[in-house]
Design a protein around this ligand. Sequence first.
Ligand code: ATP
Length: 483
Amino acid sequence: MDKIVALCKRRGFIFQNSEIYGGQNGFWDYGPLGTELKRNVRGVWYDDMVATHNELVQEESAPSTYQMVGLETAIIMHPQVWKCSGHYDLFHDMMVDCHACKGRFRQDHIPATACPQKPSKTVGEHTGCSLTEPREFNLMMKTIIGALGTEEDAAFLRPETAQGIFVNFRNVVDSSRVKLPFGISQVGKSFRNEITPRNFTFRSREFEQMEIEFFCHPDQSRDWYTYWRDRRYRWYQKLGISSERLILRDHHQEELAHYSVGTADIEYAFPFLNEGEYGELEGIAHRGDFDLRSHMEGKLAKDANGELAVELTADGQPKHRGSGKDLTYFDDQRRERFLPHVIEPSAGADRATLAFLCEAYHEDAQPDDKGDMQERVVMKFHPRLAPVKAAVFPLIKKDGMPEKAMQVYGDLKAAGISVQYDQQGAIGRRYRRQDEIGTPYCLTIDGDTAEDGCVTIRDRDSLTQERIPVNRIVDEIQSRLRG
Ligand code: ATP
């Protein structure tokens, strides 16, 4: 992990936030290459889930055809949203402080957390440890709207993007002619006041989510749950995460939220975890009609019979009133009105980016220009995710090579392919610079190019080299990226 963190800083993937002021715990900045990588993670997710989804053709594993649309909602929402979603009352962790070391810990993390005191032991194991009773700590970040700054002007930064989708359900149905089943997706920032942000970007206080709320008829919700769970697992595999390090973990019945018939996590064996441990990349939850019903009627809880009902205060008043707006859906074909059920695949863009970075990191040895073996660090990103797709090298800075190389570079740029131009140093060093940032294809313009009109394309992983006509380069790179 230390090597990956060092590479991220050295090559400009991820920097500590506000580093020149000593950093800000739980916040991270993406450098030039990290920006491209994360942009690709988001872009590939949106393309695969929404933009290229064909609503007219039924996928083999899908219960039927379906539609997908996108949405972008504000980070700050009406405070009532968080009351009805349950975040205001329930979104907290239990926090424990230590009087001795002044450490602050999440209670459920204590068995796996090292005490800052030496020799290394877990929290609570030193004789001097003096832990407080666990206290509740709401994870939502508060802010103030407007000039007066009173408690009534308090608002929250969203802790998830999902609620923006639920409160716009009616708007989307009324404006876009979508018919059930359909999904609404949203990519955007979320904020959680994590007690102990740690493990690089894995647990941050500001992070980005890629969420889908998939609305369907209650009778079909189990089938759709299975479809999304399996499809989302395959997505990570297709982008190069090995199945040895990726698991799909179905939650036990007792782990499930009261409204859910099923939840599964997609988890990755991050290198900062112990052997056999996995960290969550994405959760896929069957949420029933909990969210739409809460926003319609008021915050729900289990009543005395174990049924979901509007939660009441001691004097019998609704604890948090819903919007009172009708969020039911009328199905023309079934001639039936109902509250749709929801399947929610909820992924973290930063955690996915971190998993792709960890998975890509490889060390090997390759011969240099003189044939001597040299250690090489190579980031084996899937070509669709690689921040730079191609690099163009004129072998020497004369005999028309730079001009030809600049033409190739310009053609690739014009086609929207992220490309770098490098004429510095021996060719082997140029390859190594690109290998270290995971560029899948390097193109060399040499003395023969002027005669045969071809350049050499070298593949990062197989190291095979082929001659390709200059006028076919853009097509060739595009087809390799697609393939
Ligand atoms: P955890 O148990 O790790 O705190 P969670 O179960 O609370 O995660 P969800 O509420 O299901 O997470 O959020 C969906 C996704 O958002 C997670 O799978 C993860 O990828 C991402 N995510 C959640 N919290 C964070 C965080 N603090 N930093 C980075 N990503 C996060």
